[in-house]
Design a protein around this ligand. Sequence first.
Ligand SMILES: [Zn+2]
Length: 347
Amino acid sequence: MHLSRRNVFRGAVVIGAGTVLPPLLTEPALAAPVIASCATWGARNPSSTLTQLATNPNKIIIHHTATPNSTDYSQAHAYALARSIQNHHMDNNGWSDTGQNFTVSRGGYIMEGRHYSLSKLTAGSGFVTSAHCPGQNTTGVGIENEGTYTSLTPPTVLWDKLVDLCVYICQRYGISSSQIYGHRDFVATACPGDAFYAQLPALKAAVQAKLVSFSATVDNTSSGFRASANWGVSTYSSQRFGVDYRYAAPFSGSDGAYYSATLPSAGNYKVEMWHPANTGYNAATPVVIFSSAGNQTVTVNQTVSGGVWRNLGTFAFAAGAQDFAAVSRWTSGTAYVIADAMRITKV
Ligand SMILES: [Zn+2]
């Protein structure tokens, strides 16, 4: 296989025809919030079979429970609230199960409401017909927030957990932060209260801010890293990131060390590199950035500035799983090129 130098800097071409790529292992951009399942808070079984849907919901609908603004912020109180709501919905309203999909207590505990809501959300696939907003029960994820928010707004701990829950729902189902509504947007009701309803633009903004925040660190031992066996493993320098790093002698061919990540959205990302430095390492190591605007090569002097994050610049990337950078061996001299860790951060 002989590649032109031009092709070496054209991304996928570097790998060479016939190369089988390993599967890209991905991780969620944000950790899932803790959500207590029906079993955890002690739900009753539904009184009749619930309708499970293969389709995903496309919006989030915010409610308040219109219960007192309790100052009991305990988990026990939260679980008792969930049981109380279920009893009310089943025994007084005659529904099969809790009406809403999720409940957030004033103490910040997130709980599953209707059965299947959590398992479907975790899978990011499917939904369960609910009973929280007429006309929207097959398409809207209903969240009940404990309290009455006619004139008061929810406590910060509730707000923060609600933001986390909405972010997670948006991520798992691919829902835009713009698709967050109040109950009153669909039905003549005071819910979720004037004061809380007035906060919905702020809620959307807070969710959007978290959806776009993203940073991933890919070490040479991470699943997002790959390099051929021509790259040795070293623990020589104490400036290494993690347990070890990879090194290779310059070579006029395609044998890069690749870094991949799953980017949550298209846009600009800062790319940083961490490597140990040594006077015996390469002074002109090419690092190829696989930007959506074309591949760009940043030359890094690896004889200096080791053991810190070095900013390689800010570049545009498309959304999704992709190689975002590679350390190339195609450079002059005999000194080793080093591949240790990369960090990519949405800006
Ligand atoms: Zn409501």
